[in-house]
Ligand binder design. Structure first.
Ligand SMILES: [Zn+2]
Length: 149
């Protein structure tokens, strides 16, 4: 019997992702989650946000982004998720998020710091419908202490 693996994130990646988003507040933070496959988020790599309105948008620094994507790989790991934060709003994709050229990425993680005491994190897929419009669906995930299995 085959069991569909659920989405998971290692505790170390989770902690690094939240720490980076909290440190960048009030600006939006961004980065990548890498994994050995698309359902396993094993580590987080931050990328500087160089948007000229960084409190409301993010734009990854191109050099850092390329370094993260090509030089920052550990072993055969691949970028599995795009991360950005919403410093003041809930973890819900904005119209801009869904329009962005990242929309085809496997997973979109949004870290909301609307309540600074309790970060809320959601993982989404953006899916193009038959009529060409894009919609999002959130997926549950597990935080694991060791490698995702
Ligand atoms: Zn957003």
């Amino acid at each position: 019997m085959s069991i569909l693996k659920s989405l998971c994130i290692r505790r170390e990646a989770w902690t690094a992702m939240l720490r980076h988003c909290i440190e960048q507040k009030p600006q939006e933070a961004c980065g990548f989650l890498f994994g050995s496959n698309e359902r396993e988020m094993d580590y987080f790599v931050p990328v500087a946000n160089v948007h000229n309105e960084p409190e409301r948008h993010f734009l990854m620094d191109p050099e850092e982004m390329i370094r993260a994507l090509f030089a920052g790989r550990h072993g055969n790991q691949k970028p599995a998720g795009i991360v950005h934060s919403h410093p003041r709003t809930p973890p819900v994709p904005s119209a801009e998020d869904i329009r962005s050229s990242w929309r085809g990425a496997a997973w979109h993680w949004i870290v909301s710091l609307e309540d600074p005491q309790i970060p809320l994190v959601k993982a989404y897929q953006y899916v193009q419908q038959g009529d060409g419009t894009w919609h999002y669906t959130s997926y549950p995930f597990e935080i694991l202490e060791s490698d995702c299995k």
